[in-house]
Design a protein around this ligand. Sequence first.
Ligand SMILES: Cc1cc2nc3c(=O)[nH]c(=O)nc-3n(C[C@H](O)[C@H](O)[C@H](O)COP(=O)(O)OP(=O)(O)OC[C@H]3O[C@@H](n4cnc5c(N)ncnc54)[C@H](O)[C@@H]3O)c2cc1C
Length: 438
Amino acid sequence: MKKHILIVGGGYVGLYTALRLQRRLHRELRGGEVRITIIDPQSYMTYQPFLPEAAAGNLSPRHVVAPLRRILPKVRILNGRVTQVSHAERTVTFQPAEGGPRRLTYDVIVMAAGSISRTLPIPGLTDIGIGFKTVGEAIALRNRVLRQLDVAESTDDPDVRRKALTFVVVGAGFAGVEALAELEDMAKDSTRYYRNIGPSDLRWVLVEATNRVLPEVGPEMGKWTLEQLRERGIDVRLDTRLESCVDGHVVLSDGAEFDAETLVWTAGVKSSPVVQDSDLPLDERGRIKGTTRLTVAGTPDAFAAGDAAGVPDVTNPGQFCAPNAQHAVRQAKVLADNIVRHLRGEELVEYRHKYVGSVAGLGLHQGVANVYGVKLRGFPAWFMHRTYHLSRVPTLNRKVRVVVDWTLALFFKRETISLGEMEHPREGFRAAVATTHR
Ligand SMILES: Cc1cc2nc3c(=O)[nH]c(=O)nc-3n(C[C@H](O)[C@H](O)[C@H](O)COP(=O)(O)OP(=O)(O)OC[C@H]3O[C@@H](n4cnc5c(N)ncnc54)[C@H](O)[C@@H]3O)c2cc1C
């Protein structure tokens, strides 16, 4: 009997699950006994750990994404968003980029839709805040930061200048610290091309609700990171919450008030909304209720992993696997093998991986690492960060392009121009039409 495996989301879990299935089921795929479909709004997988480097201009945005159709020639890729999963009927509704919604049936589903930014109802946040999860956001932020330097250099109003040169990041986990550290490094580097802006004119504020930064590298290295950031002149405010940011007027819970044009929100993630729009069981944190075998609890023919799922951590009883790439990639491998076992009527195996620690880049030649208990800081950690992620980025093609980008940046300094105009490509044409019809 023909089986259709449907994967919702083509990120870490989706791509790596499909890659392994493509390899392990190549005979069945060729014979038409199995079909695999991935649905994702984008035609590429984003290698998120490289987003800070893309924002800093060390990597081209195209090189931090992996094209799904090229990597997965035996898999059907449909671009659009799954809006509803009716597992009882083995059907999903999906909204393609153009045209009306479509319904697709399947035999086995893999929920791999990842997560979105977890926000709070803070006045002004939706108007001025930006997340840091997609390549679009990373590049928009890069353009925004560089544009603010242009604004500051060109105005004679001190308030406009101060506001333009104030940058706020909320949330001091992986994404927040790496994004801030890389962007601050880039902005500082860029000031050499401006006549009236020096590094000390830039104000970077990191707001964190708890009393630590970068918990992923452990307390000791987190403390070291905090000291490093402060030494660099970054205003790190622990035990502090953002209370309001209407029109860029930032109010913090410690009483501080100031104006900022740029506010990046990286204070946590929650599962992708499609998880709620399904009849699959959820846990108390709104994730798909997963099992140690990467199936959906109490539900036949359904698998889930990555940020969207609550997968019990067998190496740490009572806890769940943290939402990170380290788990996502490894889970995908076990998940794909379990699908093969499921199709063959064999017993499924458990996912078991003990978190080994993390590496983080903190700007050019700066980093922090705590991996297998080995603690590194500064240049060695930065080098480890780069080599580790280079080994992890999918496909040889991407690895080579990343190395070329880094090498070029080494010899020719990084690019520091804002191409923010690309976000509004029709404005010039519209203005031209308006003058013609005047
Ligand atoms: C800036 C940044 C840096 C990071 N650095 C690290 C690091 O150094 N180390 C580490 O271990 N982890 C890191 N992470 C975390 C890591 O990237 C995530 O944990 C990992 O991507 C989770 O994989 P996933 O497959 O669950 O989700 P994702 O990789 O996010 O993939 C989810 C996919 O689902 C798609 N999707 C969403 N909704 C729908 C829908 N309705 N229909 C169809 N498709 C949908 C999305 O478009 C996306 O392609 C970082 C994250 C960020 C943001």
